[in-house]
Design a protein around this ligand. Structure first.
Ligand code: LLP
Length: 417
């Protein structure tokens, strides 16, 4: 990310010295660059005419301050739970700029979202459509709805984050879609507004995106033939981030391709749901080296951040660049495994890295802004890290480090008889 650079031998994010932030707020510490988030947002905006919507996928990073920042810059939001809707509202966002995805929405979540007046439900099955109809009928209202179609394209990403194949649990199979659209069109408490798809995450090529978009436009054509007119088409998120430094997604080509496909639909509003691409490269996780441990054929760098803080390496074998906060001169000679404190062999941040560090040094794990904190857990009774947002030389603590008391709140000892 361009907001990270060494100045006087120390890694800075914008004009903030990461060592100083670590000293002030402790480690492990998530630090996000406000300028980078806004630059990423503007990049999408630049290729996406203003009548079309950008719905930030809250799950990527749901800190209230980040939602607030994006709301102030005109973001809509893509949510997947009632909790995420509460976050958007708490951050000052508007329910009528929220679309609600997710395969297993509960009745309570549907009711809550209807009462708050969300913009649209992205409906993932025929059964969910019937449930939304019932809840809307009980509330004497009409539910705004889009049907999520599974277009059966291979996004060529990690199998755990591929969602647009027939074999995945998401959306309504494209071959069944017409029947469900017809049904939605006839229901009294459903206002059928759109169609949507989302084929997966961390996609680095525009080909599968365009393939899915073409299938969705074909579907719109078939719907029109049956006089079912939609006002929007939401093509989801999934825009890959350059974790390894050798490939970038041609965003402009993809977005222009979609706009071209929409040429014959002047009244159609297009939507996207980017998450990772907005916040991924805007964040780093700072961690302190506790110990160095050498065995016959291995060298371990044992650090204070673990899989509970950043789960992506353990869960997806994801690569995150790891760099020292104090600039090193010369070439790193050793090859090390950077591992965390959690009692699992799978608790690592990087295997076989060239990194020369000593105990008490700080390291920065890059591209940690998306699916970092939001996937953090308390495994091993570890408190989740603090989060800081910076801009130029300013820094705001946007989440306090958890405390042990936070962790046991709500737990009860058994009363003695
Ligand atoms: N829309 C829907 C319906 C989604 O399911 C997702 C992500 C997004 C939008 C945003 O996708 P993005 O633009 O961020 O790729 N934990 C995984 C990623 C899981 C993504 C799940 N869905 C990771 O750390 O790589």
């Amino acid at each position: 990310m361009s907001q990270l650079s060494y100045k006087a031998g120390q890694l800075h994010i914008e004009s903030n010295n990461l060592s100083a932030l670590a000293e002030q707020f402790g480690t492990p510490l998530y630090v996000y660059s406000k300028s980078q988030i806004l630059a990423n947002w503007q990049k999408f905006r630049a290729f996406w005419p203003s009548q079309h919507k950008l719905c930030y996928a809250v799950k990527a990073n749901s800190n209230l301050a980040i939602l607030q920042l994006l709301a102030q810059h005109g973001a809509w939001f893509d949510i997947v739970s009632g909790g995420e809707l509460k976050r958007v509202l708490a951050a000052g966002g508007s329910a009528n700029q929220v679309v609600f995805s997710g395969v297993a929405k509960s009745e309570a979540e549907i009711r809550f979202a209807l009462e708050k007046g969300i913009a649209c439900f992205n409906v993932e099955s025929a059964a969910e459509l019937e449930r939304i109809e019932q809840v809307a009928r009980a509330l004497k209202t009409r539910a705004p709805v889009s049907l999520r179609v599974n277009p059966d394209v291979d996004a060529k990403t990690h199998p755990y984050i591929s969602t647009g194949l027939k074999a995945n649990k998401f959306g309504i199979a494209i071959n069944d879609a017409m029947a469900v659209f017809r049904r939605a069109h006839t229901l009294n408490h459903i206002e059928l507004l759109g169609a949507d798809c989302h084929i997966g995450s961390q996609i680095m090529s525009d080909a599968p995106f365009l393939d899915a978009a073409k299938r969705m436009f074909k579907l719109l054509e078939r719907l029109q033939e049956e006089a079912i007119e939609l006002s929007h088409l939401d093509l989801g998120g999934g825009f890959g981030v350059d974790y390894e430094g050798h490939a970038t997604l041609d965003l402009e080509n993809y977005l222009q391709g979609v706009i071209d496909l929409a040429h014959d639909y002047p009244k159609l509003t297009l939507m996207l749901e980017p998450g990772r691409a907005i916040v991924g490269d805007a964040g780093v996780l700072i961690s302190k080296v506790e110990y160095i441990k050498r065995s016959d054929d291995k060298q371990f760098v044992l650090v204070d951040a673990g899989m509970n803080d950043l789960m992506r390496p353990s869960l997806y074998q994801a690569w995150h660049d790891i760099v020292p906060v104090r600039e090193l001169t010369g070439v790193a000679d050793g090859i090390v495994d950077v591992v965390g404190p959690v009692c699992e062999t799978g608790c690592f941040l990087g295997h076989a890295r060239h990194l020369n560090v000593n105990a008490d040094d700080l390291i920065a794990i890059k591209h940690a802004g998306a699916y970092g904190f939001t996937m953090a857990s308390n495994y091993n009774t570890r408190v989740r890290p603090a989060e800081v947002l910076v801009e130029n030389d300013r820094a705001w603590l946007i989440r306090e480090r958890e405390t042990f008391d936070d962790l046991i709140r709500g737990e009860r000892l058994i009363a003695e008889e």
